[in-house]
Design a protein around this ligand. Structure first.
Ligand SMILES: Nc1ncnc2c1ncn2[C@@H]1O[C@H](COP(=O)(O)OP(=O)(O)O)[C@@H](O)[C@H]1O
Ligand SMILES: Cc1cn([C@H]2C[C@H](O)[C@@H](COP(=O)(O)OP(=O)(O)O)O2)c(=O)[nH]c1=O
Length: 221
């Protein structure tokens, strides 16, 4: 968090993990939990979160005859993030609201870093440039074995009649690198990142999330 928005500001919580681990499902749960405590919460997602950033998201996810260069992909992700921060996240935190986002910069280290193989130092430079020290207060990393997550994702796509976007169509080794990169970041920053076992029933997963939230909120009080 940058010093100028530290005083009286809200908290910034992100949910991370690979495809199909249950981020979107549990985001609503986290938001309802916080609202139940009387907290003003802004629910958002990346890439996206504002109309212009959502337009960049469409570019990122769409299939196109012309392959997307991985550096261009990285810059688009950060362009969307700059807009999201300026227009939505920072104003919310400054007025004291809490922000809960489905993905943020850990996803860039996992997908563009781990998945695409971009040097993490280059990503870290952009992180500094765009975020100017603002980082989440808490990141819940939903983690589970790839096969089970793929089954969940396939079930969701079938039910909704959706096709796979540009990331969802990647091969297994890509998602193995994404998962490894997420776990490595969590190991490096255990204060901020909590690994949540995302396997098992939704009740079990949400009990683990509730436990983390209670613990962190006690520390922050
Ligand atoms: N704990 C769970 N057990 C079984 N199915 C789940 C669980 N959590 C989520 N799902 C289902 O798995 C699918 C993927 O979940 P979703 O929240 O869309 O994942 P993500 O946003 O991480 O891609 C959805 O159909 C959702 O209903
Ligand atoms: C935020 C972010 C997302 N992504 C990718 C990961 C996802 O495949 C995709 C869209 O995110 P999301 O909607 O969270 O995907 P899903 O709900 O299917 O898990 O964008 C990146 O590659 N880098 C990033 O920095």
């Amino acid at each position: 968090m940058s010093p100028e928005v530290t005083s009286g500001r809200g908290r910034f919580i992100t949910l991370e993990g690979g495809e199909g681990v249950g981020k979107s499902t549990n985001l609503g749960f986290v938001v309802d939990f916080l609202r139940g405590q009387g907290i003003e919460v802004v629910q958002t997602r990346e890439p996206g979160g504002t109309p212009r950033a959502e337009a960049i998201r469409e570019q990122l996810l769409a299939h196109h005859q012309e392959p997307l260069d991985s550096d261009a992909e990285l810059l688009l992700v950060f362009a969307a993030r700059a807009q999201h921060l300026a227009r939505r996240i920072v104003p919310a935190l400054e007025r004291g609201a809490w922000v809960v986002s489905d993905r943020f910069t850990d996803a860039t280290f996992a997908y563009q870093g781990g998945g695409r193989g971009i040097d993490v130092q280059r990503i870290a430079q952009l992180e500094k440039f765009v975020q100017r020290g603002l980082t989440p207060d808490l990141t819940l990393l939903l983690d589970m074995p790839l096969d089970a997550a793929e089954q969940r994702l396939a079930g969701r796509l079938d039910r909704k009649g959706e096709t796979r976007d540009r990331f969802e169509q990647e091969q297994r080794d890509f998602f193995e690198r994404v998962r490894d990169a997420y776990l490595a970041r969590a190991a490096d920053d255990p204060q901020r990142m909590a690994i949540i076992d995302a396997s098992g029933s939704l009740d079990d997963v949400q009990a683990r999330i509730t436990q983390q939230l209670h613990m962190r909120m006690t520390q922050w009080a």
